[in-house]
Design a binder for this molecule. Sequence first.
Ligand code: ATP
Length: 444
Amino acid sequence: MEKITSLAKRRGFVYQSSEIYGGQNGAWDYGPLGVELKNRIAGAWWKEMTRLHDNIVGLDAAILMHPRTWEASGHVENFTDPLVDCKKCKSRFRADQIPQENLTAKKCPDCGGELTDTRKFNLMFKTHIGPAEDTASIIYLRPETAQGIYVNYKNIIQSNRMKIPFGIAQIGKAFRNEIVTKNFIFRTCEFEQMEMQYFVKPGTDEEWFAEWRKQRWAYYEKLGIKMDHLRWHQHGPDELAHYAKDAYDIEYLFPMGWRELEGVHNRTDYDLGRHTQFSGKDLQYIDQDNNNERYIPYIIETSAGLTRNLLMIFCDAYDEEQVAEKGNDDDWRTVLRFHPDLAPVTVAILPLMKKDGLAELAQDIRAELKEDYATDYDQAGAIGRRYRRQDEAGTPFCVTVDYQSKEDGTVTLRFRDSMEQVRVPKAELSARIRQEIKAYKRTK
Ligand code: ATP
């Protein structure tokens, strides 16, 4: 994880928030390459969950919601972590994350000092809206995006004439006052989620639950993730949320071990039932194709962290490879093997020399490719070094412009993973790259 954190910072993927002030715990900033990567991951998910489904639509709900939302959802009452503090070193721990013997003996796992009793700690960030700071003005930063979907489900049925089964997808920020925020961007206080809530008829929920498990697994396969680094974890009776009928997490083998990446949950009619009760509005679905049968739909949820997906994709892509004889200057390379659809830069254009019109020719080629691809241009230093820099940024294709290019209009197309090079007429470059992206299969 140290190598990943340091590469991420060095190459402008992720920086610590407010670093010049000593950093802000639980918050991170995404730099030039990071924001591109994050946008592409979001784009891939959005395409998968909306464009490829005729019956799933998008939503972008506000972060601030009516406080009753969080009473109805159960977050005010139940969204808590068990917390203990060390009276001596002042460290704070989640009681469920320290060894049981420390908890029983009330002994700090760090310094051996005395621990406080376990108390419940609500993870929602609370603030005030308007000028008065009293209980009437309390408002929360949403701890999940799902509730914005539930409260809009009737609006969307009406505006878009949706028929069950259908889904609503949303990507957005969520906030949790996490007690332990180590492991880089894995668990942060401010993060982004990609959630799709699928509304189904009671009785068909188990079938849809199985279907969504299948689809979410296939999605990661499509992105070229190492499938032996993914596994399912079914929630046991003591883990299962009170509203859930069944729940599975997709876990990824991060450098610190297997951890949750995404949850697929059968949430039953709990959410819409509770919002009916708390809002007084009738949230039943009226099935016009079935004698106006009325029911509260069941919800199958697929809930993934966008920023956690970014960490997973970064870890999964990270590779170090020996590429030349030992002792050679460039004997090892660090390479990020991103799927070309996700890579922050798709094509880098590199003139072999700055002089003799090669730089101008390279700039012309870049200008042409810009319309279709995210490009970079680099004319500084030896060509081998420049390839390494692009490998480290995860750029799948490099185009090198040399003296032959001036004569016959061909350029070198170099592939990140195999480091193979082929000559391509510059007029065919864009189509060739498109073809390579379509045919891409991860081999290493
Ligand atoms: P955990 O047990 O790790 O706290 P959770 O089970 O509470 O997570 P959910 O509420 O199911 O998580 O959230 C869905 C997804 O949102 C998670 O699978 C994860 O990818 C992401 N997520 C949740 N909390 C955080 C966080 N603090 N930082 C980054 N991503 C998060």
